[in-house]
Structure formats: C-alpha cells, structure tokens
Design a protein around this ligand. Structure first.
Ligand code: COD
Ligand code: ATP
Length: 203
C-alpha cells in the first residue's frame, strides 16, 4: 500500500482534492475532520482544562478557541501538544484498517504535514497550490473569516513556495475543478501502478 500525504496552505484545495481521491475509491483521512471529531469527544475535557470557557454543550467552540490561540504562540503550542498526538493515533489506526482492507493507495490530508515532520510517515507528498490572490479570495469567502484571522493563520504555516519545493507532486488548483480532477486521476493511476510494481519485486 502506498501512503500519500496531501497538504497545502489554508484554502489551497486540500479537502476538495481529498474528496476527489475518495471518489476514486481511495480511503482518505482528514486531520482537520479528526480534530473536529475529537473536540466533541476525547479532547474536549483536555481543552477545557487548559482553555477554560471554550466548551459549549460539551463541544469545543472552535471560533472561541481560535480567538484565544491565534495571536498567542505559547497557547497555540499548548493546544497542538494536546491535539497532535491524538490525531497521529487516529491516522495510525486508519492506515492499519486501510491496509487490512486491502487498499492499494491511502491518503492522509494533513494541513501541517511538513511543519510537523509528517513527510517521514508517508511514501509520497502532494502539495495543492494556487495563486495568492485566489487563495485569499477563497478563504475570505468563508463565513466568520476576517482578513486578520486569515493573516494570523497564514503566519503560522510554512510558506507555499517552501511546501512546493519539498513536495514530490504539486497540483495547481487555481486552474479549476476539471483540470484538478484530471491531475488527481493521473496521480492516483501513477501511484497505483507504482504499488503494483512494488508487489512484483516483493517489496
Ligand atoms: C485554531 C482552530 C480552533 C480554528 O478552528 P476553525 O474551525 O476556524 O478552522 P479548521 O479547524 O477548520 O482549520 C482550518 C485551517 O486552518 C489551518 N490551521 C488549523 N490549525 C492550525 C495550526 N495549528 N497552525 C497553522 N494552521 C492551522 C489549516 O490550514 C486548516 O486547514 C482549529 O484549527 C484548531 O483547533 N487547530 C489546532 C489543531 C491543529 O493543529 N490542527 C491542524 C491539523 S492537525
Ligand atoms: N480545484 C479547484 N478548482 C476550483 N476551486 C477550488 C478547487 N479546489 C478548491 N476550490 C475552492 O476553494 C475553496 C477552498 O477549498 P478547500 O476547502 O478544498 O481548501 P482546504 O485547503 O481544504 O482549506 P483549509 O486549509 O481551510 O482546510 C472551496 O470553496 C472550493 O470551492
């Protein structure tokens, strides 16, 4: 089984690309979705203990939590120290299950893949990218997003150019849905072939 690490800065099109892999039958795990699930479960009491007042009806209020941590580097580090090990454990379980189910290509969608050294846990890395003005317009179109919040999140991420430099594969999502779809199909086919060849050599 080949494990593909899918990443890209905020609004570059990770979730959209992940959905395209899923539509091709690849098991996909999203770190953002795992975080959101954990905030209604295991992580909720841990977050409330460190950030009192951020729980609403037993679930972490992400807007409130974001406001607390985005301008405070130490607070964000504490939050990541709580959340990241739980997400890593979920990813490991997902990969075990995908392997047992006989998957040939599994995708991990991880926004902070390079920032957290995640490239060592995957076989190939794919970075989705788009021109900065496209990225900005996409993110600011989201409900509740402000230019300040966008800039604060961007400042916490490795620059897009550096991600592209490190990537094995790059997809420009600024070229539109159809072009992205075609690229994802091409990449999935290439990786499946690679897996097939690997089997042939007994690796
Ligand atoms: C800051 C929080 C509360 C904001 O919640 P919100 O619902 O507004 O955003 P959401 O979770 O959907 O994330 C949207 C995007 O923000 C960016 N982002 C999220 N966390 C971080 C972070 N710690 N550093 C840099 N960028 C981040 C990513 O591009 C992500 O795709 C939330 O993102 C969070 O709890 N982050 C800490 C956990 C984390 O590091 N998650 C990243 C994946 S493991
Ligand atoms: N290939 C594409 N072509 C055209 N529009 C796209 C493409 N990919 C994404 N978009 C648009 O950009 C927006 C952001 O995409 P998406 O949610 O996939 O980004 P993301 O990288 O997962 O964001 P985040 O980092 O916040 O989780 C969406 O509104 C989507 O419609």
């Amino acid at each position: 089984m080949i494990v593909l690490g899918l990443t890209g800065s905020i609004g570059m099109g990770k979730s959209t690309a992940a959905a395209m892999f899923a539509a091709l039958g690849c098991p996909v795990h999203s770190a953002d979705e795992a975080v959101h699930r954990l905030y209604s479960g295991l992580a909720a009491p841990l977050i409330e203990a460190r950030f009192p007042g951020t729980l609403a009806g037993g679930t972490v209020d992400r807007a409130a939590l974001g406001t607390r941590v985005l301008g405070d580097a130490a607070a964000l580090r504490d939050l990541e120290a709580i959340v990241h090990p739980l997400v890593r454990a979920e990813e490991a379980r997902f990969l075990r299950e995908a392997h047992e189910a006989g998957a040939r290509l599994a995708v991990l969608d991880i926004p902070l893949l390079f920032e957290t050294g995640g490239e060592t846990r995957v076989d190939r890395t794919l970075v989705v990218t788009a021109p900065p003005e496209v990225q900005r317009a996409r993110v600011l179109a989201r409900p509740g997003m402000t230019p300040e919040r966008f800039e604060a999140i961007l400042a916490k991420q490795m620059p897009d150019a550096e991600k592209r430099r490190r990537a094995d594969l790059v997809v420009d999502t600024g070229a539109g849905m159809a072009a992205t779809q075609a690229e994802i199909r091409r990449i999935a086919a290439m990786l499946l072939l690679e897996d097939e060849n690997k089997k042939g050599t007994g690796v």
